[in-house]
Write a protein that binds this ligand. Structure first.
Ligand code: ADP
Length: 162
């Protein structure tokens, strides 16, 4: 059984993430989406909210999907769950340096775990959770870049903040 893992902050989930999830699902028998607790110091959405977004928007797409919270070293988690590859999305050159360094470090720590990069679809290659939050904060229309469910949650959260 080929188990892949797609780790990230998903703060919040975007259509770019969903595209990677759908495509990664074709490459493995089981895909674990691992929501990182410790990468972002001040996430806009709590772990429970981010998990709920993924469950609501993605579980229908792939029955072999598992959505989990995760903290600590990714490679330790991979070893504990027999994960054979890590999926990462690459949007542009700016992603490359960071992703390259992490992939090499993970290989050093766990040579048996491969990192697989999927190129972002061109229509989402400029989409990041941070940009989506920033544009939404200033009232820009980001409705085509995130799922409706996430859009509602984002509007709700921002209206409470202002
Ligand atoms: P992180 O905090 O680890 O960067 P993100 O939630 O921002 O987590 O992203 C998780 C993964 O998804 C990363 O590999 C990132 O490059 C990728 N990703 C994010 N947005 C997109 C997108 N629009 N298209 C393709 N991949 C993306």
């Amino acid at each position: 059984m080929r188990i892949g893992i797609y780790p990230g902050s998903f703060d919040p989930l975007t259509n770019g993430h969903i595209d990677i999830i759908e495509r990664a699902g074709q490459l493995c028998d089981k895909l674990i989406i691992a929501v990182a607790r410790n990468t972002s110091k001040h996430p806009l959405f709590s772990m429970e909210e981010r998990l709920e977004m993924l469950e609501t928007c993605c579980s229908g797409h792939n029955s072999q999907l598992e959505i989990v919270a995760f903290e600590g070293l990714l490679v330790d988690f991979c070893r504990g769950r027999n994960v054979s590859f890590i999926i990462r999305g690459l949007r542009a050159l700016v992603d490359f340096d960071y992703e390259y360094a992490i992939a090499l470090m993970n290989r050093k720590l766990a040579p048996e775990v491969e990192t697989v990069f999927l190129m972002a679809r061109s229509e989402y290659s400029f989409v990041s959770s941070n940009i989506v939050k920033e544009v939404a904060y200033f009232g820009g229309d980001i409705s085509s870049l995130i799922p409706q469910y996430v859009h509602n949650k984002l509007q709700e959260r921002l209206s409470r903040k202002t």
